[in-house]
Ligand binder design. Structure first.
Ligand SMILES: [Zn+2]
Ligand SMILES: [Zn+2]
Length: 143
């Protein structure tokens, strides 16, 4: 028994305390790609405030690096915020498949923009999105 007693005593000895484990990194190696929500513009729209309250899940990637989307337009700011919090559409809408829109991914945000993707919402062009639900929907919401 003496061996175990000695071993236990060694384990319990405070002489050589184990270093405290380093805190695990919260994110994978690509630390630069942690999505963050941009600051709200001075006069945010109601939808912008709603979108800003959601969890950012994506870093927007521009098709053409260096271009700077004009966020002074409310529709553009909404598109950007929506792009950061939305879900990738697969397959992409016809407009994104054609290589249009500021960002590389086709992203939709639930029922926002009536189902249109954020690339199409950018520039108030949501009406051209192949995902956009028709205004005159035949689906009865009461049924
Ligand atoms: Zn799209
Ligand atoms: Zn679209």
């Amino acid at each position: 028994m003496s061996f175990f007693t000695t071993a236990l005593a060694a384990l319990a000895s405070p002489a050589a305390p184990a270093p405290a484990p380093a805190p695990a990194p919260a994110a994978p190696a690509a630390a630069a790609a942690i999505p963050t929500m941009p600051a709200l513009p001075p006069k945010p729209t109601r939808r912008l405030i709603q979108l800003a309250a959601l969890v950012p899940v994506r870093v927007p990637v521009l098709r053409k690096a260096g271009t700077d989307p004009n966020l002074a337009r409310p529709s553009n700011a909404e598109a950007l915020f929506g792009h950061i919090v939305g879900q990738i559409a697969a397959p992409a809408c016809s407009h994104c498949r054609g290589g249009h829109g500021p960002w590389t991914e086709c992203v939709v945000v639930g029922d926002h923009f009536r189902g249109a993707c954020t690339n199409c919402q950018f520039g108030s062009e949501a009406g051209r999105c192949s995902f956009r639900k028709s205004l005159a929907s035949p689906i009865c919401k009461a049924c």
